[in-house]
Design a protein around this ligand. Structure first.
Ligand code: SAM
Length: 258
C-alpha cells in the first residue's frame, strides 16, 4: 500500500463535503418511503441526512464524532442521533425492531468491515446503499475468477445480492480526495439462501484467501478428508484450481464439509 492510499484512507474517514446531486441520487437509490425505518452511518455534517429527512422517514443516525453528533441533534430535533462507534453497533437490536434500510457515505477506512457485519447481522434488512471507495465497490461486485474477487466478495454475496450503481469522481467532494468512490446497492438474500454455518464459512474464506495463489489441494492439505475429496468430484472442481475460481455458493457448500 503506498503513501497516497494511506493519506486518502485517513482523510476520507474524516469530513468531506459531497455534492448535493450525488446525495440526492444516493437517497433516491435507497427507495425510501415515508414509513421506512432508516439508519444512516457517519452522517458528518448532514449532507445526506437532509435529503433523507425530506422523505419523511423515521431516521436514526450513528455518528462517532461528539461535536458533529451534537450539531446534528441541534439542527434536526426530529432526528434520533446516536453518538457511537458504528463498529460496535448492535445491528441485531436495530433490525429486530422491524424492516429497515441502511445508508451511508461510509468512512472508507472501515467500510469493508462495516459491510461484512451489516449484511450478516441485520435482521429485517430491506436494502442497503453505501458509498465506498471505488476499489471496494469493485470487490463487492466482482465476478468469480477475476482479480477483484476475494474474501469480502464471497462473504457479502452469501448474504446479499450486490449491484454497482454509479461511480463518484473526486471532483464532487470538497476538499477533493485522491481516490474514486462508487455507490453500491445490497439486497439481502432470503433466509434459505444464507450460509448454514456462518462461522465455518468465515474461517474457510480466511484460510483460502490467505494463500490465493496456491492450489486448493495444497491449501486444504490438513483438511483433505473423504467428504472434501467427494465434494471436489461432485462439484467438478479440479483440486489444482485456485480459490478465486470457486463461486460464492461453492465456498458455502465446501464450508459444510470442513
Ligand atoms: N455523510 C457525510 C457526507 O456525505 O458528507 C460524511 C461522510 S464521512 C466519509 C464519514 C463520517 O463518518 C464522518 O462524519 C466521521 O466522523 C464518521 N465516522 C468515522 N468513523 C466512524 C465510526 N466508527 N462510527 C460512526 N461514525 C464514524
Amino acid at each position: 500500500m503506498n503513501n497516497t492510499y494511506h493519506r486518502a484512507k485517513k482523510s476520507l474517514g474524516q469530513n468531506f463535503l459531497v455534492d448535493q446531486n450525488i446525495c440526492r441520487r444516493i437517497v433516491h437509490s435507497a427507495r425510501i418511503k415515508e414509513d421506512s425505518r432508516v439508519l444512516e452511518i457517519g452522517p458528518g455534517q448532514g449532507a445526506l441526512t437532509r435529503h433523507l429527512l425530506e422523505t419523511g422517514c423515521d431516521l436514526t443516525v450513528v455518528e462517532k464524532d461528539r461535536d458533529l453528533a451534537e450539531r446534528l441533534e441541534n439542527d434536526h430535533p426530529e432526528l434520533t442521533v446516536l453518538q457511537a462507534d458504528a463498529l460496535r453497533f448492535s445491528w441485531e437490536d436495530f433490525g429486530s425492531k422491524g424492516a429497515c434500510t441502511i445508508v451511508g457515505n461510509l468512512p472508507y477506512n472501515i467500510g469493508s468491515k462495516l459491510i461484512w457485519d451489516i449484511v450478516a447481522r441485520t435482521p429485517n434488512l430491506k436494502r442497503a446503499v453505501f458509498m465506498v471507495q471505488h476499489e471496494v465497490a469493485l470487490r463487492l461486485t466482482a465476478e468469480q475468477g477475476t482479480k477483484a474477487f476475494g474474501g469480502l466478495t464471497v462473504w457479502v454475496r452469501n448474504h446479499a445480492e450486490t449491484r454497482y450503481l454509479f461511480k463518484v469522481p473526486p471532483t464532487v467532494f470538497r476538499p477533493q480526495p485522491k481516490v474514486d468512490s462508487a455507490v453500491v446497492e445490497f439486497l439481502p438474500l432470503p433466509a434459505g439462501k444464507r450460509p448454514e454455518n456462518p462461522d465455518a464459512l468465515s474461517k474457510l474464506i480466511r484460510l483460502l484467501f490467505q494463500k490465493r495463489r496456491k492450489q486448493l489441494s495444497t491449501i486444504l492439505k490438513k483438511q483433505w478428508t473423504e467428504p472434501v475429496r467427494e465434494w471436489f468430484d461432485r462439484e467438478g472442481v479440479a483440486p489444482s484450481a485456485r480459490p478465486e475460481t470457486l463461486s460464492p455458493e461453492q465456498f458455502e457448500r465446501l464450508s459444510r464439509c470442513i
